[in-house]
Design a protein around this ligand. Sequence first.
Ligand SMILES: [Ca+2]
Ligand SMILES: [Ca+2]
Ligand SMILES: [Ca+2]
Length: 222
Amino acid sequence: MKMVYHGEDRVYGNIPDVSARSEDRKGAAAEAGIKRYRLAVVILGILCVIQAAVIIFLLLSLLSERREFERTKLDVEAGFKNLTEEREDLKRKLNSLAQGGWEYFSGSFYYISSIEKTWKGSRDDCIQKGADLVIINSKIEEDFIRKSQKIVWIGLTDSETEGTWKWVDGTPLNESYWASEEPNGGETENCGNTFHYEKENSLNDSPCSMSHSGICEVKVRP
Ligand SMILES: [Ca+2]
Ligand SMILES: [Ca+2]
Ligand SMILES: [Ca+2]
């Protein structure tokens, strides 16, 4: 505030100091400017933090996807290598079977031994060849085996539990091709063969100690 003189008369009064008010306004404006500036800096800082977080998140996602891709790639490569090895192994097996007197029929190779042995002896021979006594899965397979016109041991037994016939892979006998009145040997006949090969259904139970040829099977496709 400052004193004001008017003509001769002195008029005293307090009137607002315009320059001071202007200074105040400038100060307030500057303060507001600084506040706005600080607010802008804070907002900018927050935006930078958010942007950095988004970039870090995207980078981590990318890294995770890349790791997943590498894992999948390794799995596929390992699977492909296994398939190639399996194919080569199968090729070798097929060549060796074809050269060793085996006969192919509907997804399996079959071998009928020339030496007659007990059921277990015949089975052991098959296992030594990387096979097992035949498992008859269908009527056409039974017909194919009957065509050999020989009594042959097959991979069927009820040695474990009398009356419960199982194939050598442990599966139960569901579809049976027993000849009429077979199986009839009770506890004395626990091994299966094709004694009735001339009949439509050829299977018979016999004492396992009898000697017959055996028919081995190697499955090469499902
Ligand atoms: Ca079979
Ligand atoms: Ca029996
Ligand atoms: Ca019998």
